[in-house]
Structures are given as structure tokens and as C-alpha cells.
Design a protein around this ligand. Sequence first.
Ligand SMILES: *Cc1c(COP(=O)(O)O)cnc(C)c1O
Length: 380
Amino acid sequence: MNKKELKRAWAEIHLDRLKNNISLCRERLDGRCGLICVVKANCYGHGAEGVIPAMLEAGVDFFAVSNIIEAIELRELGVTGSILILGYTPPRNAPELIRYDIIQAITEYDYAAELCGCCPTGKTVRCHIAVDTGMSRIGIRSDSVLELRDTCLRIAALGGISAEGIFTHLSVADSDKPEDIAYTRDQIELICSLKAELDGVGSGIKSVHFLNSAGAMYHIDPRSDYARLGIVLYGLKPDYSRALGLGLEPVMELKACVSQVKTVEAGVSVSYGRTFVTERETRIATVSIGYADGYPRLLSNRARVLVRGREAKIIGRVCMDQLMIDVSGVPDVREGDVVTLFGRDGGLEITADELADSYGSIGYELVCGISQRVPRIYIN
Ligand SMILES: *Cc1c(COP(=O)(O)O)cnc(C)c1O
């Protein structure tokens, strides 16, 4: 039996909203920057098998992933355009980078040299050089633009490397605090002056890019040849406290079924640890989803869900495969009813962003964490 046939717990992936989000983002970029769709972590948990074909239909021709397995998966899904690996590839995998025509991020000169050492003679690895302008994650780092320029030139001069671009990653582009705005501007000015220096000496390095979702929303800049958009494509916020805007809509909805409904008297404890005890007669519905599906246990006794177009509260601890809700205020709940953990039901909506915020996380982590056990159901 196919897991998609099992109506137990599932994630609906609304590809119509995804495509609409892509066109809204393109309008926002307005020809100033090209679009790189960031599809790492199985398209932020939305599922490459459904999302990638929809992106191809929308005309996307440049993708970014975290590693070479994800990159090869895109080739197997029919991607013929550019694929950039934003993270680490062990140098010994240089032949695969070449075979699948993948662009690799370069972290530093020594890494580039090692890649070349593993590169079959006469072949080159396509790469974009990462520049650490303030994230302290990957990339070449220096306060001196000229020193950065010389490192880029030394990398570009390596035999087995074809340096096509440079890029950096903004660390606080989502913040509206003045000091963070200034920090972002400094990051942007550093990478842009590096690109100008490289152009000045005819380096042949063609592109520069530095805008992530928050960058494109709050620091749009035509000097970035591309915007590397992730979270906004999936309709979630780079920063929970700021409105998303543009009319972007969440693509994923998480649903599960009611497995049983029962009425218990006052004074009855619910779930592990007896952390919830009924104060009055209570109608309890058990729902077939739990933390093994990626629904966080931190939401025990905390979150609400939607059922029959109304809200209901989670009572007691979230179990591995099941959880309980109080449906005393929701008429006619019965076995088989659909419960919305996040998404829409009737006129109500719970967003992954607000749910994640309620336990100190972010929408990114919640959607990426929906486990493999949960089938993704694609809706066009
Ligand atoms: C993940 C990632 C992005 C996309 O970030 P969003 O906030 O989801 O838009 C862009 N660039 C790099 C280097 C990344 O790692």
C-alpha cells in the first residue's frame, strides 16, 4: 500500500500557491535580480518530487541546494538548468560535481586547491566563491577588499576551477533595528566593492549575489545579479514579527484524522505524565499525529488545532504517534474527521509561523521537520 493512500496524517502542498508566490516574488525582483530558488532540505520539507516539477513549469532555471545528494536528485527530476551547492562537498566528490554539471560554493583557497587536486585532468569544477562578510559561517574573510580580491583571483587562477561568481549571506536582513540595518548595509557594501574590484582587473568572474528572502524583502538591490529565495517561496516569513506582504500564501498545510472520540468525567488525567486533568466533563478526540511525524512535543498543552471549522486545544502531552484535543465546544466531531494542525479550515487559519513562534522556533524549522512518515499530497 502506498503511504499517500493512508489518510492518517499528511501534508497538503498547494502548488497553485507556490506558483503564485513565485510570480509575486518575480514581480518584486522586477527584472533587477534573477531568481535562484532555494530547494535545500527537500524543498524546506515540501517535497522535491512535487515542488521541483511545479517550479520547472513556472520557468525556474536556477536552483540552490545544500549538498551533492540533493543536487543529483534535482538532475534526476529533470532539472537541466544551473544548480548551486551552498554547503560543503568533500573534495573527493569533484568528479560527481563535474559529471552532473553542479556549481560548488568555495569556502577558502585551500579547499579550492583540494577540489582541483581531485579533478580529472582537463576538466574544471564550476564554482561560486563564498565571501564571509559577517555571518562567520563559510567563505573567505578579510576586512581588506584588496586582500579578498587577491584571494578570489588566486582561486580563479587554479587550473581545475571555473570561478563564475561570488556570493555572501546576510545574517540580519530580516531585522528592522537600526544597528542591524547598518550591519546589513556594511555586508552589502563589502561584497559589492569586492565585485567592483574584480571587474576592475578583468577577473572574468561574472556574477555576484547576496539577497536571501529577507534581503529581497527589505534590502532589494539591483547590484545583486540574483536573489536566492527560500522561505518566501513557501509562503512563510523570514521574521515572525514583520508582516510578510506581497500577498504570499503558505504552501504547506498539516492535517490528520480523528481516530476516536470519547466523553470523560471531571478529574480524569490525559496522556503521559498526567500533565492535564479535566476540570469538567470533557469530550476528547484523539488525533493520529505525533512528534514522530514532526509535530513538536513542545506544543503539549499549548497549541490549538482546527476541526469542523472551529478551534480546539491540545490537552496533555503530544505522544509519538497521537495527541488528544478537547472538542467539548465543537459539535459533531467523529472518527475520521480531518484535523488541521496548521493551515485553513472554514474561515480560520493557523500558520506554521505562528505555531513555531509559540514554542520559540521558526516556521523554517517546523516545515523542515515534518518527517518522512508524513506523505506530501500535491494539490494543483
Ligand atoms: C538557506 C539559504 C538561503 C535562503 O534563505 P531564505 O531565508 O530561506 O530565503 C539563501 N542563501 C543561502 C546561502 C542559504 O543558506
